[in-house]
Design a binder for this molecule. Structure first.
Ligand code: ACO
Length: 319
């Protein structure tokens, strides 16, 4: 049997930190409100000259260094992003150029906060099908550029960053299964509805969200997709050593863990320091838990995400 395994992880957070106290000076909010409603205390903000591909480059170099893989050995690049450098070419092609990787397929995946799960599942299928050996899978986001900084209900929630993994062909898993879902009928409850037409932006180019609807939907589907992954692998929730969920809101994470019967000690939480970094949040959290030694060989790790679209999904792996 042919499987894929993650053999290196990397993360990058821009230098500038924006704290809740900084936000108190920008909109009518408080550190107490943000912390108690979301769990966030600070987030990182990209510099003016940084693009999503630059964040991705930094995270990718660390993942490739950890994997001991050179740019010439990468034969697939998938970038999950909602905030690409430009309309086209894809951020994956720009990243390929910046890395000095050549002649491999490179494309973006747009599944908002589930983007990394979609990208990882896709790379896994390429590897299982024998179409590539070493895939670079990246989530990179600069949400600070699609936020209305006068809207307190959204601007306090998000941050910028990138996370990357190198996925390699292996004769033992690795990735045990992946599960992807979408329901486009919910496309209006979380969106950046602007578009470009005749050289002008049409519609609102900022993030809009029905927070409460998103909240309830996220809790429901994160529980469902976790059960789907467990059932397919004949595992119980107690077999999961680490739950690494999309980092949107601590209350969503706590509710999901409680419904699944997974204690919070087994849940990786980074949102307090990162905010919601959308497609970057899961690989960033994975990188931190790998580098600080929490995740150990042969442990079961469940990655799961939910985001605009609506999209949601999970990847269950043995480390
Ligand atoms: N500071 C102070 N007050 C605020 C702020 C703020 N930053 N934002 C909203 N409020 C006010 C509202 O105006 C409202 O005031 P009112 O009662 O006078 O009308 C009050 O706080 C309560 O607002 P709610 O929206 O009901 O607050 P809620 O408890 O639902 O929390 C939140 C809002 C944090 C957005 C929550 O709904 C949530 O986390 N939803 C999930 C959304 C999410 O995580 N999205 C990320 C993208 S999707 C994803 O990644 C899955």
């Amino acid at each position: 049997m042919r499987y894929s395994r993650i053999v290196g992880t990397g993360g990058y957070l821009p230098e500038k930190i924006l704290t809740n106290h900084d936000l108190e000076r920008m909109v009518d909010t408080s550190d107490e409100w943000i912390r108690s409603r979301t769990g966030i205390t600070q987030r990182h903000i990209a510099a003016d000259n940084e693009m999503a591909s630059d964040l991705a480059l930094n995270a990718s170099r660390k993942a490739m260094e950890a994997a001991g893989i050179k740019p010439g050995e990468i034969d697939l690049i998938i970038v999950a992003t909602t905030t690409p450098d430009m309309v086209f070419p894809s951020t994956a092609c720009i990243l390929q150029d910046k890395l000095g990787a050549r002649d491999c397929p490179a494309f973006d995946v747009q599944a908002v906060c589930s983007g990394f799960i979609y990208a990882l599942a896709t790379a896994d299928m390429f590897i299982r099908a024998g179409r590539c050996r070493n895939a670079l899978v990246v989530g990179t986001e600069i949400y600070s550029r699609i936020l209305d900084w006068s809207d307190r209900s959204t601007c306090v929630l998000f941050g910028d960053g990138a996370g990357a993994v190198v996925l390699t062909q292996s004769d033992r898993p690795g990735i045990l299964s992946s599960h992807l879902h979408a329901d486009g009928s919910h496309n209006k409850i979380l969106a950046v509805p602007g578009s470009i037409r005749s050289g002008r932006v049409q519609g609102k180019p900022f993030l809009i969200m029905e927070g409460n609807t998103v909240f309830k939907f996220a809790i429901k589907v994160l529980e469902e997709v976790a059960h789907e992954a467990l059932t397919e692998n004949n595992l119980e929730a107690s077999d999961i050593d680490w739950l690494i969920p999309h980092q949107a809101n601590i209350r969503i994470i706590q509710s999901t863990a409680k419904k699944l019967g997974i204690p919070m000690e087994k849940v990786v939480v980074t949102m307090d320091k990162h905010g919601n970094t959308s497609a970057a949040s899961i690989p960033l959290a994975l990188d931190i838990a790998i580098r600080d030694g929490r995740v150990k060989p042969d442990q079961h790790v469940l990655l799961e995400g939910v985001g605009g679209g609506f999209t949601w999904g999970a990847v269950l792996l043995r480390w």
